[in-house]
Design a protein around this ligand. Structure first.
Ligand code: NIG
Ligand code: FE
Length: 404
């Protein structure tokens, strides 16, 4: 006897990163997992006898719950003033070099109470969940001292309890050089490796470790030091790679068997080939490309040709992508980066789960997987990427429990 049976649903199962659609389908849920998926006609008996609860979805589409695999959504303050400066000609890099940018959010975050941080972040997370997100990755990186980095990760974990979303945390201590270490980047990396990473690992606060490898942040050599330490502590790595310039970040990430390399606007073919070899997912962040008015596109055709799985995420953060809509990210992935709507949806489900190391349990509608589901008022799955500003979410389930 299942706990729940959803019937009269069209299913975009996203198996193998394709729609792999099943029309007139049904899903059985037991113990928070998907127990059965298939055509309703193939159900092993009359619906009423199979589950304690039965719900007809009247022909709506069901997809896996969306996975936003790259966000910085715990922060205080905002950077609207910087937005104005950029619109009158200043660049993201210039603002960062002048002590604004990430560092202005670091000042606001250090000053904010946990309660305030959690309240502001929960509001952003609920916006994502309103559009069918059931799992979200959240990075630290606006503390840049041990206490505040750990505080950010604790708040991120707390958000899971507050909202019912599944939260995966990433330690991003190597996001920017804090003012107290100005001119001493190697000393700061000593702190990240010698104090922050061991403390974060001992407290079990991070599921992965990230860094910003860029000329305004950390060099490949400094990034490698962080990755060596993370690997020694048994933590998987991922990387903000080649966003503003080609520093060889994608290849560096691949060398460490990274779960993912992200942004990738300036990645050359050798980096993509290395990712293919290592099984590293390409995480595309069209919101940041759009908001920074970038013109250099990530090498999507090359990524596709090498068979590297592409994920799509919001990069929700105050500076480069104040975006709390996965559906808009899907639309932008298509219009700006030329993904197909099918690739975009795979990038928000199957491949996003892979980017978080959750491929075995999340991201597709298959028996045995966690019953994270989204039901939509749409006629075709491509509508999820097509409609701008629409929210066709009808219902969402996290681990088989109805959340929206
Ligand atoms: O993914 N590139 C570095 N980190 C963020 C931006 C963070 C910020 O500007 O606050 C990003 O774009
Ligand atoms: Fe980011």
């Amino acid at each position: 006897m299942w706990d729940l049976l959803l019937t009269d649903a069209n299913l975009a199962t996203m198996r193998g990163g394709r729609y792999a659609a099943i029309e007139r389908g049904a899903i059985g849920v037991a113990g928070g997992r998907i127990a059965w998926v298939g055509a309703a006609a193939a159900l092993p008996g009359p619906a009423a006898g199979l589950a304690r609860a039965c719900e007809s979805l009247d022909g709506r589409w069901v997809t896996p719950g969306l996975v936003d695999c790259h966000t910085h959504l715990v922060y205080a303050g905002n950077r609207a003033r910087e937005f104005e400066l950029r619109l009158s000609g200043a660049t993201y890099e210039e603002i960062a070099r002048a002590g604004g940018g990430i560092l202005s959010t670091v000042r606001a975050t250090r000053d904010a109470s946990d309660t305030r941080l959690a309240q502001q972040a929960a509001r952003r997370l609920r916006r994502l969940m309103d559009e069918g997100v059931t799992t979200v990755e959240i990075k630290s990186g606006y503390g840049l001292d041990t206490a505040t980095e750990m505080r950010m990760l604790r708040v991120a974990r707390l958000l899971g309890d507050m909202t019912g979303a599944e939260v995966r945390t990433t330690f991003l201590g190597a996001h920017a050089l804090p003012p107290e270490y100005a001119g001493r980047a190697d000393d700061y990396i000593d702190l990240v490796c010698g104090e922050m990473l061991p403390a974060v690992a001992a407290a079990g606060l991070a599921d992965a470790v990230d860094a910003f490898c860029e000329r305004i942040a950390f060099s490949p050599r400094q990034t490698a030091r962080v990755f060596d330490r993370a690997s020694a502590l048994g933590l998987p790595v991922k990387l903000h790679a080649d966003q503003l310039s080609d520093t060889g970040g994608a290849a560096l990430a691949a060398r460490y068997g990274a779960l993912s390399a992200e942004h990738l606007e300036h990645t050359a073919e050798a980096g993509v080939a290395a990712m293919a070899e290592a099984g590293t997912v390409a995480v595309l962040l069209p919101g940041a490309y759009y908001f920074l008015r970038e013109t250099r596109l990530p090498p999507v055709a090359t990524i596709r040709a090498h068979g590297v799985p592409m994920a799509v995420a919001t990069d929700c953060n105050p500076g480069s992508s104040p975006l709390t809509s996965m559906l808009l990210a899907l639309n932008m992935a298509c219009t700006l980066f030329r993904l197909t709507p099918e690739e975009a949806l795979a990038g928000a489900t199957a491949h996003a789960a892979r980017a978080l190391g959750l491929a075995a349990t999340h991201g597709t509608l298959e028996p045995g997987k966690v019953a994270d589901l989204a039901a939509w008022d749409i006629d075709t799955p491509a509508e999820l990427a097509y409609a701008m500003g629409a929210n066709p979410l009808y219902a969402a389930w996290k681990g088989g429990v109805r959340r929206a």
